[in-house]
Write a protein that binds this ligand. Structure first.
Ligand SMILES: Cc1cc2nc3c(=O)[nH]c(=O)nc-3n(C[C@H](O)[C@H](O)[C@H](O)COP(=O)(O)O)c2cc1C
Length: 434
């Protein structure tokens, strides 16, 4: 039983004077990462849109539910595992797709993939990863891994990325719908820092044959505004030349580093995306497709009608629409609309075992974890992420057992009640169906 094992390990280490490197409290974890990471990198990870009200709302929504533990139910043997798309996960959570992990650690996604494998945790590779998906897939082998796609302006690139995902062993494709444009992220705007313009987070592109062919073609849009020739601009040129996987001098001579950034800026997302566009991918892949960013029951119902295989209720960790609905508030309506036809997952604001328990009680099949693992990566690389994931597995296991549940299947809607004094909107807390 992971909960007690992990707890014992930490306390026994304490006897020899060793304390956990990764803070267990989510706020102290964030503070420790802030101390370790470069200010602009930390800001990029922590940032929410606008006044970051949705970042706070995501957390507040969890506080509006209370777990009701049951006693004397023999919870000696517990099973926290779940099945998703034919694969078993030891705990009901996965690593959310997070781009530009090189901002936290130079081993980036590779370190995270190793920690995921160490703990059996499923991982969703980001379209904006710092490492190509094929290498990550090799690290993870049988550990479940999916690919997250941003639908670019180039259908050919979309097909190429999806084909690579299928060939390299990803078991699902997640289409993120909420980032057809970047949200108004005040911290990043104040720092005037967008990592992609520095050649970061472009590994899925620069390793892609279609993209590489495209950067040799003349740009399709109007010419990009050129930065003023300052020392900082020169430094950026060096950065993005280094980032291109062809060696520094050849890339400098060919100009491909700069061309890659420019081409990326032209095509990375498609605001004109509609439901009709999805058929393009549905026809091209056998893999299950999940839609990430769904918050309205009607969108969830439509997704099922369009042949999608899963929903991720997400507001991108509050990074897109400031003031948008918290995901836990949106969950019951989505679950009702989906009516058990496909799994519903949730992310944004999940920080501990109790949060996972509450999301499951309200109908989620699993959750995804975002910023906490990036912070752990920033603090201690692979070992940091491994500790964080082990702690989360332990926390969930203990929460489930202490609430009188032996397995995830026993966590039903009766496991939680609204906190006193909370006004749960009737439409949002409608009957919940798992
Ligand atoms: C730094 C950062 C980068 C992200 N990059 C992506 C991405 O490339 N693709 C994606 O679908 N979501 C991305 N997300 C959103 C996460 O997948 C997830 O929805 C969110 O982090 C969950 O909220 P949490 O951080 O509060 O757990 C990113 C989030 C952060 C913090």
């Amino acid at each position: 039983m992971i909960g007690v094992r992990r707890q014992t390990q930490i306390y026994v280490d304490g006897v020899s004077g060793r304390r956990p490197v990764i803070p267990l409290d989510p706020e102290r974890l964030e503070a420790a990462a802030r101390r370790r990471m470069r200010p602009e990198s930390f800001a990029y990870v922590a940032a929410g849109a606008g006044s970051e009200r949705t970042v706070a709302a995501n957390r507040a929504a969890f506080d509006r539910w209370r777990i009701v533990p049951r006693m004397l139910r023999d919870v000696e043997h517990r099973d926290t595992s779940i099945e998703l798309f034919g694969q078993r996960l030891p705990s009901p959570f996965l690593l959310a797709p997070v781009g530009v992990l090189e901002l936290a650690h130079r081993e980036a996604d590779a370190a995270v993939a190793r920690a995921a494998r160490d703990t059996g945790t499923g991982m969703v590779f980001s379209n904006q990863a710092s490492c190509p998906m094929e290498g990550l897939s090799r690290i993870l082998a049988d550990t479940p891994h999916w690919f997250q796609l941003y639908w670019s302006r180039s259908d050919e690139l979309v097909a190429s990325l999806a084909g690579r995902a299928e060939r390299c062993g990803c078991r699902a494709i997640v289409i993120t719908l909420d980032t057809t444009m970047l949200g108004w992220r005040t911290r990043d705007l104040e720092g005037a820092f967008l990592p992609f313009l520095h050649g970061k987070g472009l590994a899925q592109y620069t390793s892609d044959p279609v993209f590489r062919r495209q950067i040799a073609e003349p740009p399709s849009g109007p010419p990009a505004p050129q930065p003023r020739p300052t020392l900082a601009a020169l430094r950026t040129l060096i950065e993005l030349t280094r980032a291109y996987p062809e060696g520094f001098v050849p890339t400098l001579l060919s100009g491909r580093g700069r061309a890659a950034v420019q081409r990326f800026s032209e095509i990375y997302s498609r605001p004109s995306l509609t439901w009709d566009t999805l058929a393009f991918l549905r026809e091209r892949t056998e893999l299950p497709i999940l839609l990430k960013g769904i918050l309205h029951p009607d969108d969830a119902a439509r997704a099922v009608e369009e042949g999608m295989n899963g929903i991720i209720v997400s507001n991108h960790g509050g990074r897109q629409v400031d003031g948008s609905i918290a995901t836990l508030d949106a969950l019951p309506g989505v679950v009702e609309a989906v009516d058990g036809r496909v799994p519903v997952l949730l992310d944004s604001g999940v920080r501990g075992g109790a949060d996972i328990f509450k999301a499951l009680a309200l109908g989620a099949r699993a959750v995804l974890i975002g910023r906490p693992y990036v912070y752990a990566l920033g603090i201690a690389g692979r070992a940091g992420v491994r500790d964080l994931l082990s702690n989360l597995q332990a926390d969930f296991d203990l929460t489930m057992g202490l609430a009188g549940r032996r397995s995830v299947a026993e966590i039903g809607p009766e496991s939680v009640v609204p906190a006193p004094g909370t006004a749960h909107d009737a439409t949002l807390s409608a009957p919940r169906i798992r």
